[in-house]
Design a protein around this ligand. Sequence first.
Ligand code: PMP
Length: 351
Amino acid sequence: MSKFWSPRVHELTPYVPGEQPKVRNLVKLNTNENPFGPSPKAVAAMKAVVADELKLYPDPESERLCQTIADYYGVARDQVFVGNGSDEVLAHIFFGLFQHDAPVLFPDISYSFYPVYCNLYGIEARPVPLTSAFEIDPADYRCDNGGIIFPNPNAPTGCFLPLMQVEEILKANPERVVVVDEAYVDFGGDTAITLVDRYPNLLVTQTLSKSRSLAGLRVGLAVGSPELIEGLRRVKDSFNSYPLDRVAQAGAVAAFEDEAWFRDSCDGVMAERKRLTAALTDLGFEVLPSMANFVLARHPDHSGEVLAAGLRERKVIVRHFNKPRIEDFLRITIGTRAQTDALLGALKEVL
Ligand code: PMP
């Protein structure tokens, strides 16, 4: 608390990101990073920028990157927006595309930044409970609202909502913006970008942090109708006209151009997810079906908190949430084969 802060700052409830421990030699499976690393072509493109171009401002519109993304997804340039991580894109959405005089709906178990943005902009947050199977039920998204947002696959459950059901939510809310946060879609889900031309109220967000293994670069994107994208650009230009630096723009373009690396990386994560799920099941865990680069799992005889602490003593970091309904679970990021083996070895000692 400080007398120099405005009253609004005293009321904020900031997001607490997953821990980024300084110690090396940890098996770090707590923040859904992708251990396979970015495309070497993206790294080379970024090095070239660092060597030569940093004295110049970046392109404020990220033209080349937006065109690359538009071509990649088969949409028009004016349907694409980019930002400094999808967190920044989400911040602009909450400010500029949600109505602030009605509650914003999102699943009660989902990305914990959503209520934080509601708090920042003075919007009422209305968490909607998941079903008993930890799934989103479109029928629950029919009440009056100022906008709707949900991750698909959801986080931290990993459950994927089929696009037919996404369409049910879109059809029931034609006057409201519905945001599908596809941070984890590349690990087996189907993207709703294929629906944007049919639903002017649909906005899809994605990130390069997960499937393209560039969490440190901070690049996120949104695809939707030109009307929604124009709204986001107005917000951006009122906030930070240069959100993406030159390194990020060059690295992101090259990452989208290296399809072979991207495919191998996603396939690697999905293969390891299958192996980890089977091994955890053999150890007696219940594992929710995941289409993401993490799994949510609980053991009938051991609390999530105790298991997470036991793993930590053995230098394996996973995520435990002190949240109703998932307090018994561990969220485990899919790592390399060696990391999975280390996790399983440590778990066998703890159980
Ligand atoms: N949405 C969801 C559901 C996430 O889990 C995350 C990552 N924590 C983000 C968005 C933000 O990703 P980034 O800002 O790295 O693009």
